[in-house]
Design a binder for this molecule. Structure first.
Ligand SMILES: C[S@@+](CC[C@H](N)C(=O)[O-])C[C@H]1O[C@@H](n2cnc3c(N)ncnc32)[C@H](O)[C@@H]1O
Length: 734
């Protein structure tokens, strides 16, 4: 009889289960595997908890298990008893040979398979059939409907009608027929041909079968197909030149361990797979779809199998795009095997710039090889796509979409701090900061002191920041109220009494600075530290798993929006309310200089990047004020230049921050989250544009913000412009 587990073990057990559930594993499976591991390790948690539950992850992920066990046995010098036990498990989890061959005799083959019996003792072909889900891949010109494709010959009884838990849908097919077929490869497979892939994972027995039925294809174009039956990899491939394929997944109901299993809807399976890819492999492409992955897999099989030259014709940009991803991934996955990254070794571009192929599975050395052979201009583009900051920030900011379509944002110089253009007069001398505006008597962290320091005077004697580095709730509330209803908070103006309708009151943050006695790590210094990695603590994927590399991490991503807005910025992680995102950085210009620039600006330049500082606070005649300042990020700027506008309910707000100067003539514009922001949500702020003001020197764009509170009466109706249309119109302009 087993003794009741002591409390500490129960906690460990729960923690391990919780951790694995967060990666998408089912509780039942995790509990089962965990119990097995505990038995294996004689209830020693040391090995199970090591490296963030690596042993458990490996037990749950069959592909990595054998390798992982080998490594663990080597590294940890497991005693022979453990090794023996492991060997037993290992024997149990070995991948089996495919239970379906290319002959299409699925039922009989299934029931004959000794491996199936050995693994389950219960699995029958019928069970598999009754729980199959189909995905029909259909060529662009094929008229065959889904319903049509469900009736297949006698050897394809796995393909059942909808009523018997079939889930089918159509996706465009990129797999075209191979021009040359080797007769020996398809002669024996006249009936139904299959792409099959079967994984047996010991306790976690899972079978996935992708089936391509060729009768249907033959009836469509009476063509030959291609079948590969590679026993060494347990992988069978059949492709038709008709453009119609059928992928059928079958599941063995015994995996459900007697629970009430029902075949899930195929769309929810795709969604779950996409979530899993996002979490586990950190696939950051916003348009990633599991169906596209399957589609690409077929294309890949065809390309590799037929030695197609398609891959050679990819544009450099496409290669760069593909290259950028693994290196981005690598920053998260330093300990990962190459399998989680893009297959770099298969990318080929022949000709003047890149010649790259080979079997080297080590991505880091591949990257070096590629970079070595790329021309300078291609290298420059590659670096730009990978990190638009060119290393100026402590985080990398990649371009994650649009690149595959050959589109890049118009060039600009990345600068992490504001730079004066010419006439702008900014006096940053320490002498101008009086003792009232700094805390020379402080030391260490001002936020740790019981009383606020003089720097908090600006914020009513309270620090704007809390100890966790976020803005205090009340401060965010007050800023939002002032931005959303400025007229309510107008102040009588002493600066421009004639023209000013009243300066709206703004909430300023005053940060401690160099004249203060506190250290650089003082909690009242946030914006001046720039875009930092501190927010990564809130990144659920990274924090809870062991892939966080010592190198730079993803945090912000530049992407091509789906509407008329052009490029945008999104966060890669969940951001809590009140978090500092980035500063709006650009050239500091006087209003007159900006006016001159606007006059010279070509009509082609669709997007504009100016930001008024003290000049535009509801004055009507602002351009008379030559000394008034603004920021322009058109030629020099930082990542904030990609943040688009959203009327009223944007997820970030701009807050003026004093750092070096005590007046409100020149200040920093910092963006903070107005609410919690979900991973991959676009970041937007309200530019404060009056869309009705036809006299404004900068012509307002037609707003495509999609907000229910959109102020633009001429707004673009949602859905009228697709991403494809935007790309097409860009192409025609180039
Ligand atoms: C600061 S830039 C933002 C980045 C810009 N989307 C790009 O592609 O570089 C401002 C410009 O983006 C576009 N934009 C921003 N928000 C928009 C919106 N809600 N609707 C339409 N266009 C928008 C306008 O062209 C505007 O002049």
């Amino acid at each position: 009889m087993r003794m009741a587990a002591p409390k500490a073990s129960t906690k460990k057990f729960d923690a391990a289960v919780k951790s694995m559930i967060s990666f998408g594993f089912s509780k039942t499976t995790v509990v089962q595997e965990l119990k097995k591991l505990l038995a294996l390790y004689d209830d020693s948690w040391e090995h199970i908890e090591a490296d963030n539950y690596t042993a458990l992850v490996e037990a749950l992920c069959p592909d990595s298990e054998q390798e992982g066990q080998k490594k663990r046995a080597e590294n940890k010098n497991l005693d022979s008893d453990h090794c023996n036990k492991k060997l037993k498990i290992k024997g149990h989890v070995q991948k089996t040979k495919s239970i379906i061959d290319g002959s299409g005799k699925r039922d009989s083959e299934l029931s004959r398979q000794p491996k199936t019996e050995a693994l389950e003792g219960r699995t029958t072909g019928t069970q598999l059939q009754q729980n199959s889900a189909q995905i029909v891949i259909k060529g662009p010109n094929m008229e065959t409907s889904l319903a049509d494709t469900t009736t297949i010959g006698e050897n394809s009884s796995a393909l059942l009608p909808e009523s018997q838990e079939h889930h089918a849908f159509v996706t465009p097919l990129r797999v075209m027929c191979p021009e040359v077929l080797e007769p020996s490869r398809h002669n024996d497979h006249k009936d139904a041909h299959m792409i099959s892939s079967i994984h047996h994972a010991g306790a976690k027995k899972f079978k996935g079968v992708l089936v391509v039925h060729e009768e249907q294809m033959d009836s469509a174009c009476n063509s030959q197909g291609i079948v590969s039956n590679d026993l060494s990899t347990n992988f069978e491939v059949a492709l038709s030149n008709s453009g119609l394929g059928k992928l059928s997944f079958s599941f063995n109901p015994s995996v459900s361990n007697g629970s009430d299993f029902h075949m899930p809807n195929i769309e929810s399976v795709c969604k779950a797979m996409e979530a899993r890819c996002l979490k586990t492999y950190r696939i950051l492409e916003p348009n990633f779809s599991f169906m596209k992955l399957l589609d690409d897999t077929c294309q890949c099989i065809l390309d590799l199998g037929s030695g197609s030259s398609d891959t050679k014709e990819q544009s450099v940009i496409q290669i760069l795009s593909a290259m950028s991803k693994p290196s981005v991934m690598q920053s998260f996955h330093t300990n990962q095997s190459s399998s989680s990254c893009m297959p770099l070794n298969n990318l080929m571009r022949l000709g003047d710039t890149v010649a790259f192929s080979g079997g080297n599975q080590n991505n880091s050395s591949n990257m070096q090889d590629v970079q070595f052979q790329l021309s300078t201009s291609v290298k420059r583009q590659y670096h730009y796509v990978n990190d638009i900051t060119k290393g100026e920030e402590s985080v990398s900011i990649p371009i994650v979409s649009g690149v595959e379509d050959g589109v890049l944002p118009p060039p600009f110089q990345y600068i992490p701090h504001n730079t004066s253009f010419q006439d702008a007069y900014i006096n940053l001398s320490l002498a101008r900061i009086g003792s009232d505006n700094c805390c020379s008597d402080c030391f260490g962290d001002c936020l740790a002191e019981p009383l606020p320091c003089p720097c908090a005077i600006e914020t009513g004697g309270e620090f704007a920041y809390a100890r966790d580095g976020l803005l205090k709730k009340e401060f965010v509330d007050a800023c939002i109220a002032l931005l959303q209803e400025p007229l309510k908070y107008f102040d009588s103006c002493s600066i421009c009494p004639d023209a000013c309708k009243g300066h709206p009151v703004r909430k300023f943050i005053k940060e401690c600075w160099r004249k203060c006695g506190c250290t650089r790590n003082c909690g009242n210094r946030v914006v001046q530290r720039g875009i930092t990695r501190s927010l990564q603590a809130s990144c659920q994927f990274v924090a809870s798993f062991c892939y966080l590399a010592a190198s730079k991490c993803l945090y912000l991503l530049v992407f091509l929006t789906s509407g008329e807005k052009g490029w945008g910025l999104r966060t890669a992680e969940r951001l809590p309310r009140g978090a500092f995102v980035c500063e709006y950085v650009g050239e500091i210009l006087t209003n007159s200089e900006l006016h001159e620039r606007n006059n010279k600006k070509s009509d082609q330049a669709k997007h504009t990047y100016p930001m008024m500082l003290d000049a535009d606070w509801y004055t009507e005649d602002v351009l008379k004020d030559d000394e008034a300042l603004c920021l322009d990020a058109t030629f020099y700027g930082n990542v904030a230049r990609f943040i688009n506008h959203r009327c009223l309910d944007a997820n970030i707000i701009d807050i003026p921050v004093e750092i070096e100067t005590p007046d409100h003539h020149y200040y920093h514009v910092a963006f903070f989250t107005a609410r919690e922001v979900e991973p991959f949500e676009e970041l937007t702020w309200d530019y404060g544009i009056d869309f009705d003001d036809v006299n404004h020197p900068i012509k307002a764009f037609r707003c495509d913000c999609g907000s229910g509170f959109c102020r633009d009466k001429n707004r673009i109706s949602r859905g009228s412009k697709s991403r494809a249309k935007v790309l097409r119109s860009r192409d025609s302009r180039q």
